[in-house]
Design a protein around this ligand. Structure first.
Ligand SMILES: [Fe+2]
Length: 421
């Protein structure tokens, strides 16, 4: 039954105290229904985020996502029609205490979803890098202006690339300095170029990636790391020849693959990278001798491919010398961070979450394919003596970046200041 207060409407006087009260109550209840709808959407987005962190193929994920997106859109309509107008009709004079029994648990869950979103928003607003990150600089490169050409190709979702405010062609080169307690003294100043999530698909033209890799190479890093998600369309595999292929670093170039490569011909992608001289870290850890010390480089593509690497900072049975002086893990997803902390890694480099790709004002990122939701979408995080750096990556299968620029990072490692220890 629609609980319209017909008497009030028949003798409608917009300036009467009664009408004004009904109007204000309707506005307030409308806001509550809107918040509950947002909370409901957040609950399903949490499901989308977590399922996208699991080794499920993209066709299944896409179907699931479309169903959940439909549920997210339909729920507010049902909520406003039912609770707003009929049961108990809080927009037309009804009261919340008359809410039917079966709506109560649903709306309680929606409230929890809304509170969860508020928590994520506060966490985003209050984020600041850990004290180990002592310096940050960034330089914006407007790729369209730089190359003076249209960089949108014919690949999937190319229509998104031209949307207003899209920052996909506004690349941020960040330079971050980390102080790490176990860094050998004679490694002070070691630089690592951290590149992730190129997502070659044809949607962004080859020239865009060629120029980005050329600019990245100009930083002359000691070591280059690619953290996965190279290919979304196998026809673009040849792009390696003038992108990652020619890059060089004195200590080497190391890669792992990501979940998008897993959805393609990953063996072919792996081979193509190796053919250009890149070293695959997913097979086994790599022991790098540098300035008389040992850097253990390990990589993991789990949970999509392979397993978690089995190296630890242990002592040999013969002497008490450690088997490695510094442990670096490249993990496509930041979800392996807590495992890496337990294993005693010094530095973890990740990508995968793309910074959320779309960030809302105040709220920040909402979508992130991680078991931790939006917690590790991008930035630097410290836990114990382990530091995690998550790159926002360069691209994505969806070429859309709102308030979330593509990123390539040059990381400079320093020994810890004695004063800061
Ligand atoms: Fe990616």
């Amino acid at each position: 039954m629609i609980r319209l207060q017909y008497d009030a409407y028949l003798s409608f006087d917009p300036f009467s105290a009664k009408c004004s009260k009904i109007f204000m109550e309707a506005i307030a209840n409308g806001m509550i229904l809107l918040m509950l709808s947002i909370g409901h959407a957040e609950l399903w987005i949490m499901v989308i985020n977590r399922t996208h962190a699991l080794p499920i193929h993209d066709t299944t994920l896409k179907r699931l996502r479309h169903v959940l997106e439909l549920v997210i859109v339909l729920f507010p309509i049902v909520l406003f029609l039912s609770v707003g107008l009929y049961d108990p009709g809080v927009l037309v004079g009804g009261v919340w205490s008359q809410l039917s029994f079966w709506w109560k648990p649903v709306l309680l869950l929606c409230t929890l979803g809304f509170l969860g979103l508020m928590y994520s928003a506060f966490r985003h607003l209050l984020y600041k890098p850990p004290r180990q990150q002592t310096e940050t600089q960034s330089e914006l490169i407007q790729m369209r202006e730089r190359l003076n050409q249209d960089l949108i190709g014919e690949g999937p979702y190319h229509y998104l690339a031209g949307l207003p405010l899209n920052q996909i062609f506004s690349v941020e080169f960040t330079r971050k300095t980390f102080q790490l307690p176990r860094l050998p003294a004679n490694w002070d100043g070691l630089t690592i170029l951290h590149v992730s999530d190129l997502h070659f698909s044809g949607t962004l033209k080859r020239e865009y990636f060629v120029e980005l890799c050329r600019i990245a190479q100009e930083t002359e890093p000691d070591l280059i790391i690619f953290a996965g998600d190279l290919i979304d369309e196998m026809k673009c595999l040849g792009w390696l020849d003038d992108t990652l292929g020619p890059m060089q670093a004195p200590l080497g170039r190391f890669f792992i693959l990501g979940n998008h490569d897993w959805n393609q011909e990953s063996l072919q992608i792996r081979q193509a990278l190796e053919d250009t001289g890149w070293i695959d870290l997913s097979v086994e850890p790599f022991q790098l001798q540098y300035a008389g010390k040992i850097l253990q480089l390990a990589g993991t593509e789990a949970p999509w491919m392979g397993t978690l690497p089995e190296i630890r900072q242990t002592t040999t049975g013969v002497s008490s010398e450690p088997e490695s002086d510094f442990l670096l893990l490249v993990s496509h997803t930041p979800d392996n961070f807590h495992w890496a902390v337990r294993e005693g890694y010094d530095l973890v480099l990740s990508g995968h979450t793309h910074g959320g790709q779309v960030r809302f004002p105040v709220i920040g990122p909402v979508f992130a394919p991680s078991l931790h939701g939006t917690r590790y979408t991008s930035g630097t995080f410290a836990r114990g003596s382990t530091l995690l750096h998550v790159s926002r990556g360069v691209s994505g299968i969806h070429p859309l970046r709102w308030f979330c620029r593509p990123e390539i990072s040059l990381l400079t490692l320093h020994i810890t200041d004695k004063a800061a220890r």
